[in-house]
Ligand binder design. Structure first.
Ligand code: SF4
Length: 360
């Protein structure tokens, strides 16, 4: 599993505090980024585990990376013995880049081996998109989807956001309906949170935005779950829905705690025993590592596995959690045992953090 972080954005979205650099028209930063990334691939090639054979370009905005640079990165991976074809090769894209660069760009991505595209749609409500400071509108998102499909990508995921106090039921239902009309294979839906360095945090501070209550978030989540179920998607992870056979392989590896190597500024890695992360700077970044204690490993395993509909091995749960806690949660319907596994049922996904806290 290889993750590559592309830390550039054309503008910053209201809610986001990911590490990213504002990209202007100059070519220098992208070239220097690619140089350093290729050097890192060579340096860390020995850490890469190809058992799942997935490659994921996330950001930032990977669709800002010119094809020449993307090709160089892929060739460097190949030189190091980690080239394609990949079982899953995902590229996150912004709708405005796809529409601006057009069908030839999407076709080139496919020719380079990309077989899954994740489009950052967030909403189909133009007013909300402007409030989020996104660069696209609803029409642009739909056009981007059409282009990606026309290029022959048969595994498309859409990202949506809920949990906003300025999102009406009607607006939310309409966004989900418009997403479903496109017939994507996968939808990821994240609850908005107010992150420390984001513009949104400043708005909250100034009293210009009031966070959505837990009840409202729960209500919006319930609307989502009902609509996705009616449309035939499986709710296989708290924030993820897929048509049968289109569950994300790479992200699935994270939830199973498989080792992965994260490359590029601010990218995180997991060796199977410890975690490490690159500095949040564009050039000359370094890796910091941390070993995990037995307790850390236990908590991580529980937290990650219980986010999924597959749940956790019953033996692991009973060996690591108090029986009275497990029994209480089972009685309350917050944990269900199916065969040799325990899982949190969908109607309790929303409070999974509290359930996991009770267990650990
Ligand atoms: S949400 Fe994506 S495009 Fe927007 S600022 Fe964050 S990384 Fe950049």
């Amino acid at each position: 599993m290889i993750y590559i972080h592309v830390p550039f954005c054309r503008s910053f979205c209201t809610y986001c505090d990911f590490y990213s650099e504002l990209l202007g028209e100059e070519a220098g930063p992208l070239k220097r980024y690619t140089d350093e990334l290729c050097a890192e691939i060579k340096r860390r090639s020995g850490e890469m585990d190809d058992s799942l054979k997935t490659l994921y370009f996330g950001g930032g905005t990977p669709s800002l990376l010119p094809l020449t640079h993307l090709t160089r990165i892929l060739l460097t991976l190949e030189e190091c013995g980690h080239g394609g074809p990949y079982r899953e090769f995902t590229m996150e894209v912004n709708p405005d880049d796809i529409v601006e660069k057009g069908l030839p760009y999407a076709q080139s991505l496919k020719a380079l081996g990309v077989n899954r595209i994740s489009i950052g749609v967030q909403s189909f409500d133009d007013e909300l998109l402007r409030w989020m400071n996104r660069r696209h509108d609803a029409l642009c998102a739909k056009e981007a989807f059409r282009i990606v499909r026309e290029a022959g990508i048969d595994n498309i995921s859409l990202d949506l956001i809920f949990g906003l106090s300025n999102l009406s039921d009607k607006g939310w239902e309409s966004t989900i309906d418009q997403a479903l009309e496109l017939n994507p294979e996968h939808i990821s839906c994240y609850q908005l949170s107010v992150e420390g360095e984001s513009l949104l945090a400043a708005l909250v501070e100034k009293g210009e935005y009031e966070e959505a209550s837990d009840e409202l978030c729960r209500h919006q989540y319930d609307i989502l779950c009902q609509k996705m179920k009616a449309a035939g998607y499986s709710h296989y992870e708290i924030s993820n829905f897929a048509k049968p056979g289109f569950e994300a392989v790479h992200n699935g590896g994270y939830w199973q705690r498989r080792p992965y190597v994260g490359l590029g500024p601010s990218a995180h890695s997991f060796s199977g025993k410890g975690r490490s992360w690159n500095d949040e700077i564009l050039e000359d970044y370094h890796l910091t590592s941390e070993a995990l204690s037995v307790e850390d490993e236990k908590v991580e395993t529980l937290m990650l596995a219980l986010r999924t509909a597959r749940g956790i091995d019953a033996e692991f749960l009973t060996a690591n959690c108090l029986p009275e806690n497990i029994n209480r949660l089972v009685k309350a319907g917050a944990l269900v045992k199916t065969g040799s596994r325990y899982r949190i049922p969908e109607d309790h996904f929303f409070v999974s953090d509290e359930i996991i806290r009770e267990l650990v």
